[in-house]
Design a protein around this ligand. Sequence first.
Ligand code: NAP
Ligand code: ZN
Length: 381
Amino acid sequence: MSARTVGGEGNCVAHGRCRSSSSPKMASETKAIGWAARDTSGHMSPIEFSRRALGPKDVKFSIKFCGVCHSDWSTVTGEWGPPMFPVVPGHEIVGVVEEVGSEVTKLKVGDHAGVSTYVNSCGSCRICEKKLPQHCNGVVWVYNSVDHADGLPTYGGYSNLMVVNERFCLVLPKNLPLDGAAPLLCAGATVYSPMKRYGMGKNGNRFGVVGLGGLGHMALKFAKSFGMHATVISTSPAKEKMAREELGADNFIVSKDPKQMEASVGTLDFIIDTVSAIHPLDPLLNLLAPQGQLIFVGGGVGKCEFDSLPLCFGGKSIGSSCIATLEELQEMLDYCGEKNLVCTIEKIPIDYINEAYKRMNKGDVHFRFVIDVGNTLKPQN
Ligand code: NAP
Ligand code: ZN
């Protein structure tokens, strides 16, 4: 999730929303090209912009692929707060290292690198000490933010190159294809993190995922790789064949069908909810076994209601999760390298992005759009 700078309007740890012109700018910034939104229509078009010059701890890589997350759409359309236009989205970013600063030890030229949703944090607060930079008040999102390190606006991965502090740069196992690996940087990490943190893969737990999109299909893949019995809860009956045959789902429930929902009451120990819109919770809580847990990762904006009595009598809980720590991101990438696990993608040229957003909003994607940046992003004369 990479939308607004958290901590409120006054949060100038990261020059929150102010794009301060008094911040130091580094010499000889690097020219970059990409695609940007300029207003909340969500329409994307080409842009030229600058990246900071390579610092001693920075890695510079040419972006090869970038996944298209629903959060990109929620950010550029202002669903999550006023955007700082122009916004170059993209936080599932992978590429090949071109240059490293003099103090960089983690990566070398030619390595496969990735960047997720955040590229800096204050580094000194209690939350940062707990290694939870994504929750720091001074978090710097990879786009739609201002980096307190250089005072420059951040721009995401719908662009040709990235300059990032090595701490926030992930190492991709070389055996993974870059295109299928790109969405691991958000979709993969966002579901892997709570699945590990809550110990979902242990003790024969039965798993359910709500919403079979980018995040949802990765939750299903991880559940099967952990050896779990996995159920998909979906509004789209047409996805059942793919869920069972391509992704190995053991059960598929159409959430709009009360009979199917009734047949599975009390059967699941964990549910990860990836739905991108507000939706009724009681039917999902009913699917949980006693002491079961419903974990929200979807970013729909609005108030959710639930009936507290059956929740309490069942000893059930509701939790949530936001992306992943840097350690979890790297662990997840290494795990995917070991298991040869990647996302199921539709590769698109960058000039297809406006159509891709339309299709994503209709749930018509198999299962993640990934922009072929390396081959299709060209300078506009
Ligand atoms: P996506 O590919 O568009 O998938 C979302 C799925 O939700 C759809 O495919 C659809 O699945 C289901 N859905 C959509 N509208 C629905 C509705 N009105 N009622 C019920 N189900 C509905 O989106 P994504 O990229 O996976 O992202 C999912 C959500 O997670 C977004 O809100 C995104 O912003 C958020 N997110 C959060 C984090 C985090 O850190 N917590 C990180 C990344 C993304 P079916 O057709 O199967 O029903
Ligand atoms: Zn995302």
